[in-house]
Design a protein around this ligand. Structure first.
Ligand SMILES: Nc1ncnc2c1ncn2[C@@H]1O[C@H](COP(=O)(O)OP(=O)(O)O)[C@@H](O)[C@H]1O
Ligand SMILES: [Mg+2]
Length: 706
């Protein structure tokens, strides 16, 4: 077979005229074809922007990508004068190409056809006068297609490289986060659905031995528009779907409140950092610990009274005489009142644990009356204020508290569950518990947390939120994780679609933050336990709404902020634990730069907007930014893939998805509705009736469609 050098004669299309480190200026020969070259063996479109040319050298050939083609009207030089022609400026075609790699010969394949491999970088730049060749079909494939070992998932073909197939290796494309960016309608969702589908299909097909079985894979799609279920309902891939209220036969999507950590609760309830937040966190801690065991409940209660003892000791130290004057006496009275309320609720709580906690429960009950007596003895008859408390009063209260703390010592802070632990508790008890803690703290606290309590109450009462955050019937932590991060023996679905379209907007950010954090932490724990990562891909559509660059304003600002922070953490650290991100967004300039900077591969669809184009340009590391000039004019389904996943940036046409395998496009059908071909006549009485019902359930809402 011929070598690169031997074929120079037939394939040369021009000559290098100017060389800089960034680009080559090439003069094309006059006889070089305009549109189609046949001398490569197959018809080759040439010359075109984004096509490739080769400049042979000692080690192989420099590969350059065409950035610009122009006609220079040059006067024919001396000696080139054609006597038969009038001496007019002569149009010469000039190509500007960017060198980016070297093609090396790598022996022959089984049919003794030459094989080549592409190396990034150009150790020896071409020189002026060097011939410029068109690559053959094999050479084109070597430029565009990944190394043989990396040819695992075919995602498209390269129209500018003889339709060479574009392959990716999952370790590369998912291992270091992928961003799919482009305007609405440019084909992002189809590409994402395709990449997921082709990955799973290739994995199932590649399994050796008996029948192909579903891949042991974990793809989780967070789907805010509810568009992906349709793309996978053809039954060719096993899928687990989740949607609020179990819409359309999906599993019910729940993100129970007890799974949320303290920060998530604080963001959701917009708890103010000063007073409200610590009280909220403490209430959560109490609730989680209450649910754990009698032993921890006991430790909790004793520690609580220990806190009171310390507070009193401090008070006595500061006010050796008595608690005098307003507001001191009022505050102390409130403190005692809180304490009495607390003994009551503690007693009840401990009694519920029976056996181990009964003694403590009795001890707490016994101190209530003496304390109440001290309090009422100083309270005004009208109940609106207090007289000064005397030193003896303080001593009495202190002695009472000590009967609890001295008789039931508690070992350090042993075994206390933090407010962040996903320990199950009854979420509906939260407002009461916040109230208890605030009362116990005394002073102005109760009035400060009143708005917080109201907010939590309203949220828990909201018919839309309840099915999402409710604990009723919710699984255990392990069931919840298994449902999401299966596959389990009995449910081997490698793909999970979480339909977020019915999640009320006030909770969707928190829900996404909680789900992503739990997946992240679960994988982190898995690696700790087994020393092995559990590769998982988390797909986030409409990423600009969950990973916003700017702090959000409005009611859910804290939640949106928290959601961004969660994803920034996943983007930064996810790789260590096998968690890969796929982000899809039509507003790249609104995405958090931290998250974008962690993405190592980009699939860029059509981007028209200036700001977005500029942002994307800055993300591209090499001199190949010229490729991106194509962005505003890319047809749907075409995209530029660059970064870690491919040896060289390549313009590709994404593989076709059959109509039933495409995500649902939710453009409204005006015309068809006008003509009566589509759409239903609205049933306003039914809609309003359901709307007005205070306790309407979301499944009733869904029922409206039929
Ligand atoms: N790989 C593909 N196969 C088939 N059709 C596609 C493909 N990519 C895009 N399309 C077409 O483009 C339309 C818009 O694509 P979509 O993925 O919904 O865009 P986006 O998510 O960017 O808004 C689709 O409805 C489909 O008709
Ligand atoms: Mg889309």
């Amino acid at each position: 077979m011929t070598t690169i050098v031997e074929r120079i004669g037939t394939l040369a299309v021009g000559r290098v005229e100017t060389v800089t480190a960034e680009e080559l200026r090439i003069a094309l020969f006059n006889e070089t074809p305009q549109a189609t070259a046949l001398n490569t063996g197959t018809p080759t479109g040439f010359p075109r922007v984004n096509a490739y040319v080769l400049i042979p050298n000692e080690t192989g050939a420099v590969v350059a990508v065409i950035k610009e083609i122009s006609i220079v009207r040059a006067k024919p030089g001396p000696g080139k004068h054609d006597e038969a022609l009038v001496d007019l400026p002569f149009p010469a075609r000039t190509v500007i190409a960017i060198p980016f790699g070297t093609l090396l010969r790598e022996g022959n394949d089984s049919d003794s056809q030459p094989l080549y491999a592409l190396e990034r970088g150009v150790p020896v730049l071409p020189s002026v006068g060097d011939p410029v060749l068109l690559p053959t079909a094999t050479q084109l494939r070597s430029i565009v297609e990944a190394k043989t070992d990396d040819r695992l998932i075919q995602i498209g073909s390269a129209p500018f490289a003889g339709n060479a197939r574009v392959w990716v290796h999952p370790d590369k494309i998912f291992g270091r986060h992928l961003a799919v960016l482009g305007n609405t309608g440019s084909g992002k969702s189809c590409s994402v659905a395709g990449i997921v589908r082709w990955s799973l299909e290739s994995a199932a097909a590649a399994q050796e031995g008996e029948q192909a079985k579903p891949a042991n894979a974990r793809f989780i799609i967070l789907d805010p528009n509810g568009e992906y279920a349709k793309a996978f309902e053809d039954g060719t891939l096993p899928v687990r779907r989740f949607a609020v209220g179990g819409k359309d036969g999906a599993n019910p999507l729940t993100v129970p409140g007890w799974l949320w950590n303290g920060q998530e609760w604080a963001a959701f309830t917009s708890a103010q950092p000063g007073v409200q937040r610590p009280i909220l966190l403490r209430a959560l801690r109490l609730l989680r610990n209450a649910g754990s065991s009698a032993a921890t409940a006991k430790a909790q209660a004793v520690r609580r009274y220990g806190g009171y003892v310390r507070k009193l000791e401090q008070l006595i130290a500061e006010l050796p005489q008595s608690v005098t004057d307003f507001p001191n006496n009022k505050n102390f009275g409130d403190l005692l009142q809180g304490l009495v309320g607390l003994t009551e609720s503690d007693e009840a709580e401990l009694a519920a644990f029976g056996e181990g906690a009964a003694d403590l429960s009795a001890a707490i009950s016994a101190i209530r009356d003496p304390i109440e007596q001290v309090r009422t003895s100083r309270q005004w008859a009208n109940g609106n204020g207090y007289n000064n408390f005397q030193p003896a009063d303080l001593q009495v209260v202190m002695a009472q508290l000590r009967t609890v703390t001295d008789n039931f010592p508690v070992a350090a802070t042993h075994g206390e569950i933090s407010e962040d632990a996903p320990v199950r508790f009854d979420v509906s008890a939260l407002p009461d518990r916040i109230n208890d803690v605030a009362m116990a703290t005394g002073g102005q606290t109760l009035s400060n947390v009143e708005p917080l309590i109201n907010r939590v109450q309203v949220m828990l009462g909201d018919a839309g939120l309840r099915p999402v955050i409710d604990t009723e019937g919710a699984a255990s932590l392990s069931d919840w994780l298994a449902a999401l991060l299966g596959p389990k023996e009995d449910s081997p679905e490698p793909l999970v679609i979480l339909d977020l379209s019915l999640v009320p907007s006030d909770v969707v950010h928190i829900a996404v933050a909680v789900i992503s954090r739990l997946i992240f932490e679960a994988l982190q724990r898995h690696i700790k336990e087994t020393n092995e990562a559990l590769p998982t891909v988390l797909v986030l559509e409409e990423a600009h709404s969950f990973v916003r660059k700017d702090a959000d304003v409005g009611a859910s600002a804290q939640a949106a902020d928290l959601c961004r922070q969660t994803f920034e953490r996943v983007a930064r650290e996810g790789r260590k634990f096998g968690l890969g991100l796929v982000l899809a967004s039509q507003r790249p300039s609104e995405l958090s730069p931290t998250v974008l900077a962690q993405c190592n591969s980009f699939l860029l669809h059509r981007i028209v907007n200036d700001v977005d184009q500029n942002l994307v340009r800055r993300l591209v590391p090499d001199a190949l930014g010229g490729l991106l000039g194509e962005l505003p004019t890319l047809p749907s389904q075409q995209a530029i893939l660059l970064g870690w996943a491919v040896p060289t940036p390549v313009l590709l046409r994404v593989r076709d998805l059959e109509k039933p395998q495409r995500p649902r496009s939710d453009d409204p059908h005006f015309w068809d509705t006008w003509l009566g071909d589509k759409g239903v006549f609205p049933n306003w009485p039914r809609i309003s009736e359901a709307w007005e019902k205070p306790d309407e359930e979301p499944d009733q809402l869904n029922g409206l469609a039929d």
